[in-house]
Ligand binder design. Sequence first.
Ligand SMILES: Cc1cc2nc3c(=O)[nH]c(=O)nc-3n(C[C@H](O)[C@H](O)[C@H](O)COP(=O)(O)OP(=O)(O)OC[C@H]3O[C@@H](n4cnc5c(N)ncnc54)[C@H](O)[C@@H]3O)c2cc1C
Length: 400
Amino acid sequence: MLDLTGLAQVHRLDLEAGVVEVDAGISLDRLLRVVLPLGLTLPVQPGTRQVTVGGAVACDVHGKNHHTAGSFGRYVRSLVLLTGAGDAIRLKPRGPDPELFWGTVGGMGLTGVVLRVELELRRVETSRIVVRAERQPDLHGVMDALREHDRTAEYSVAWFDSLAQGAATGRGVVMTGRDAVRDDLTAAQREDPLHVPASRRVQVPHTPLCAVNGVSGRAFNEAYFRRAPRRPSTRVEHAFGFFQPLDGLQSWNRLYGPRGLVQYQLVIPDAASEVVVEVVREVAASGHVSCLNVLKRFGPGTPGLLSFPAPGWTLALDLPVRAGLDAVLDRLDARVAEAGGRLYLAKDSRLPRRHLPTMYPRLGEFAELRHRADPGGLFVSDLARRLGLHRPTEGNLHDA
Ligand SMILES: Cc1cc2nc3c(=O)[nH]c(=O)nc-3n(C[C@H](O)[C@H](O)[C@H](O)COP(=O)(O)OP(=O)(O)OC[C@H]3O[C@@H](n4cnc5c(N)ncnc54)[C@H](O)[C@@H]3O)c2cc1C
């Protein structure tokens, strides 16, 4: 196990160009606390800031603006990779060695260790977001609204209730947003437009609220839906609260009980949109309780060989681990693969190996690249072993 969090320095910050060079072990939280007060931000922010820049590169992470801005790898100007041969080499998207660069972006750490990253930042006038929330009565309403916002909203995401019964199944709240400018702020907020709050985390109770049965899950979903105003409404919110709401809760995972949760996240192309509805229905019918459901639009992906995002829908379901869950998810894996979709490896702990070549068609290229960068197979992980990525021979990849 390599812990890179000790490598966490900012080496260079070019305010004029909006470019920063950092050690890969720096967290997004720490980096944002350096750059945000200076009017710069990360162009792509995942749902937690408690991840490292190296992890964000290795998973080519996405945020609420994927449909307009793409994923993290798009903003990496260069990176320094420590290969299995012991060389530290600087890679860039257009060379030197663009193949190894795009194998490393989204490559789950299997081409070597990212030591340093040179990142493009984005200029902002304030640290806040103008957020608009609208309720939708069912899943089709949620999907139509998200499609509509593709063209107009900088940020968009939807939460929906898969536990509501009858016609209300999939009712949801669609949130869109844009960076706030000074004129959006109140007079008090304008005194410190780039304010960054101190980190404060509320400890969640040690009660498995979502794991016991559907009752608490239903109550949570009902409360969440009711909290959203009946009519579309707009408010100004801090970017931290909008992008990373869970970061305010310490140990939120305990809500799922001692057996934990599986976050089942998939992407489905537009041509197979109906699979999104099928997956939600099948989970609801199985009796498993999906407490938190998030739906989002993706735009074009990066050239990352194992990068997850692809145009269409991404759906994430948080499911407490219970007997029988694997059988349900096994059926869904097959449906997702057949529809031209894939699962997100960053969130995966159970996908059977046989689906990988269909879900990630550039796996063969990745295998060759990994062999070149790490011929001795020095860098391995449980995920690589389970999915057969550690010994990348053609036979092995197709071995079910
Ligand atoms: C609450 C929550 C919300 C999330 N929301 C999102 C989201 O909105 N969008 C999204 O895309 N993801 C999201 N994620 C997933 C998360 O962004 C990724 O799993 C991220 O990669 C974790 O980074 P880490 O630094 O913790 O890496 P780890 O979990 O330690 O490692 C993840 C992978 O990256 C590799 N890796 C890590 N550092 C390096 C390095 N320096 N060099 C090479 N390889 C490395 C590891 O080998 C491993 O394969 C979320 C996760 C949580 C817990």
